[in-house]
Write a protein that binds this ligand. Sequence first.
Ligand code: PEP
Ligand code: MG
Length: 550
Amino acid sequence: MAVRSTYRIQHQEIVVSEIAKSPNEERRRLEQAIAQSKLEIEALRAKVHGQADAGKAAILAAHLELLEDPELVETAVSAIDKGKSAASAWQQTYTSQAQQLSRLQNELLAARANDLRDMGGRVLRILTGATLEAKTYPDNTILIAEDLTPSDTATMDRSKVLGFCTVGGGATSHVSILARSMDIPAIAGTEPRVLDLPDGTPVILDGSKGTLRLNPSPEEMEKVRRLQARLKQKRQIDLAAANDPAITTDGYRLEIVANIGSKADAEKSVDLGGEGVGLLRSEFIFMERDSAPSEAEQTEIYSSIAKVLGPDRSLIIRTLDVGGDKPLPYLPIPHEENPFLGERGVRIGFDRPEILRTQLRAILQASQSGKVSVMFPMIARLEEFRMAKAMLEEERQKLGIAPIPVGIMVEIPAAAVMAHQFAAEADFFSIGTNDLTQYTLAMDRGHPKLAPYVDGLNPAVLSLIGMAAKAANDHGKWCGICGGIGSDPQAVPLLMGLGIKELSVSVPTIPSIKAQVRELSFAECQKLAEKALTLNTAAEVRALCPLPEE
Ligand code: PEP
Ligand code: MG
């Protein structure tokens, strides 16, 4: 939360000359500018790498990839050959491609359009010799912008800018990823009229509630300032106890592990007291590249993460979960009317078994370096789980490696309804509440209008969670949560009360979730969960579970 005044970001105007020298000369200038841009981005990437900032590093990798897009360069070169200057040809090419992408009304493509503008602007600046204007902001600024590019945020003075609010983007946009990785309050996808706010308008920005309160009274400002001071103090206390286990007042231990996408995340999770990794989203290792990582590369990555965690913390590697809202450029999936109901997750592994088998071999080999388990996403039918297990077993026998625990994501209602049958054959369950909620309520998890209703605390979803947890416990197996509600403090007591043994949470929330568990009584959580299952709406459940004291 931040209480400050607003300031609109102005994008730099670059004057482009139309006067061209010979096409050869203009082509050479374009090549040089692209090469220089690559060097700049590599330098930024090295800096970000040093800060263990996986989100930003991935965005910069996307920029490098865009710079290597032959189509982009070829289009610019053909404009040069028709007599344009390098700067004019380049500007026309990248802006028109970005415009086409943003017209498609797809959040992922809109993020790509924003990246294209940012990367294109960098090359253009080099071509025209324009210097990057260092933007200066007054103290206590909240930036309001149509959209922000990674370069805007990279050059942002964090001592002045306390939060940002953009009209473009949504929960999964690059702006949101950056905000999370910078640990800065931000809201994306706000109403365009915020752009009309005069500079200096006092506001309260609440990133967790997604609200921007205009012209608050001095009393409200003071109240928020006091709350901020308390939260800061609490964070220090939580951090100091981060390595202690999360045991309730009556002795129930909840494992608090992390959701990660990279080795850097694993390192951060250990620093913050994470007790292992409940979900490695392996698709992050496949994204931002132009071909699939080889078996040796995957083995190296998984092993290095296992080593970061050491011999006592477990690492659950989820096999490739692409399709739906997560496309892979080098693994084209034919057009589907309903991609979320189409070839997603493990279904792709059956269609292209060599991809899954290669990954399974890498996971098995990495199990030599730590406490590794494998987990299959998007399991709907028991036959699918048996097929996936059979593939794993064949590869294991060929490699002569000892068996490893095998679990499933419970994220399709069918798997929760048939949890007893699955629990007889799986070593563990991890409930993917993001998808379980979307499929239970038949509401697209990324739909901007439906977003307020896609709530994992809906009693229908809670019942399915309870069924999965009970079935696992009855079979002597364990059931965890790796979906977003695991990191929601309002959900934590309920999930524990429903019999969940492990919460896999977003890395920065580890210390606060552990601290919250230590304040709770397991017996009370069980009563609360029982009551929640009798309620009628998600709002009633939320009213039953107030947020921990702030
Ligand atoms: C989920 O569906 O809750 C989950 C953890 O997987 P993802 O968000 O990667 O689909
Ligand atoms: Mg999922």
